[in-house]
Every structure is written in C-alpha cells, then in structure tokens.
Design a protein around this ligand. Structure first.
Ligand SMILES: CC(C)(COP(=O)(O)OP(=O)(O)OC[C@H]1O[C@@H](n2cnc3c(N)ncnc32)[C@H](O)[C@@H]1OP(=O)(O)O)[C@@H](O)C(=O)NCCC(=O)NCCS
Length: 188
C-alpha cells in the first residue's frame, strides 16, 4: 500500500475489478472529467456542472487533502477511468477533531454494484485508525438511493435544515443531517 491510506481492489458482483485508492495529484484531469459527468447526471449534488474546478484547482485541492492529517480523498477506478469519489473533511481543532463529514458519488453506469458501500467501509476503517469517532453527512431530503445506502450502513437521522437547497426553478429542498458513532463507549 506504500504511503496510501486506502488501496484495495473491489470485485463487483458482475466481476469488474474496481480499484479504490487515495487520489493523487496526477489524477486531477481524470477527476475533473468525472466531476463534469457526475454533475451533469445527478441532481442531488451541490456542485453545478459550470462550477466544476479546473485541473489546476483540482490539483491544489488534492494537495491540500493529502497534507491534512484528518481528511481523506479516495477515488474508485475502472482501469484509468474515475467512476466514484469520496471526500472526508476532518477537523484539526481539538474539540472537533474526533468528527468529520463526507460526500460521495458514483457514476450512473457503475451504480448498484456495491462501490459506494465499499468506499464508505474503507473510509470508516481509516477513520477508526485515526481516532475519528463521529462521522456526519448531509443529504437532500428526496435522495432516496443515498438515504437507503446510509441507513443500510448504520447512519441515523440527526436533524433537518429546512429550505437549505434552492434549485434553478425556485423550488426549495430540505437537507437531512445523518451521522454514525464509531467510537467506543457511550455516544455523547
Ligand atoms: C448514492 C450513491 C452514491 C450510491 O452508490 P452505489 O455505488 O450505487 O451504492 P451501492 O451499490 O453500494 O448500494 C448499496 C445499497 O444502497 C441502497 N441503494 C443504492 N442505490 C439505490 C437506489 N437507486 N434505490 C434504492 N436503494 C438504493 C441499496 O440498499 C443498496 O443495496 P442493494 O444494491 O444490495 O440493494 C449513487 O447513487 C450516487 O452517486 N448518486 C448520485 C450522487 C449522490 O446522490 N450522492 C450522495 C449525495 S448525499
């Protein structure tokens, strides 16, 4: 594994070999291609297609993520093509260092193969090793696929932010807050 936090090969039920590993600066261009595709095909992401970063900006983001002790950026690859991404943003301040929040997406063609599940499991294994005890996420209220995935993995509902999302047509959506306690002992 070298100095990578995550580096595994996941065999999907239909026999694809998907590599899940840390994003490297050399991946910036293929990650940008992935972001262009995923923001076009999913209405549940905060980023709009026109807000996808440039390759240079993506390189800088990868560098920052690699420097941060408490953050993780992993990608899923089908050969050289990026088909999934997970970013976990941790905290360096002491009182919240045990927490972090993540976001995940998988290209439409690659869904329902267990890729997101395996990526989240990798994140949780990494988080436990880092002493991270609590993981948060935000999901748009009608994103039933994602909610069902998170529930299956043990995430619980913790709150609702009303009208936190405004779509182009002026329709507002609530955001649900979910979390999972990974730490030992009683949940605080
Ligand atoms: C949500 C998302 C990441 C799931 O990725 P995935 O790789 O397809 O997920 P998995 O194959 O690991 O699915 C695991 C479980 O989640 C649930 N699930 C996933 N997609 C589902 C769907 N479309 N409908 C209902 N349940 C679904 C199922 O319980 C599934 O298990 P099963 O296939 O054995 O029934 C993917 O649909 C996606 O990228 N969506 C667009 C972006 C997005 O919404 N990201 C999350 C923002 S909060």
């Amino acid at each position: 594994m070298g100095d990578r936090a995550v580096d595994i090969v996941y065999n999907t039920p239909d026999s694809m070999k998907i590599r899940i590993r840390d994003a490297e600066t050399k991946d910036a261009a293929r990650i940008v291609e992935f972001l262009k595709e995923i923001t076009t095909e999913s209405e549940f992401l905060i980023t709009c297609p026109e807000e996808v970063p440039s390759v240079k900006e993506e390189e800088e983001f990868i560098k920052r993520m690699k420097r941060s002790l408490y953050s993780l950026f992993i990608i899923a690859l089908d050969n050289e093509k990026v088909v999934g991404s997970l970013t976990f943003i941790g905290n360096s301040r002491k009182k919240v260092r045990h927490t972090g929040e993540f976001g995940i997406s998988v290209l439409k063609e690659y869904r329902r193969k267990g890729i997101a599940t395996r990526m989240i499991e990798c994140m949780m294994e990494w988080a436990k090793k880092k002493g991270i005890e609590k993981i948060h996420l935000k999901v748009i209220e009608d994103n039933l696929a994602a909610i069902s995935l998170y529930r299956k993995l043990g995430f619980e509902f913790e709150g609702r932010q009303e009208k936190a999302i405004k779509l182009g047509d002026g329709v507002y959506k609530d955001v649900l807050l979910m979390g999972i306690w990974l730490g030992g002992g009683e949940r605080c």
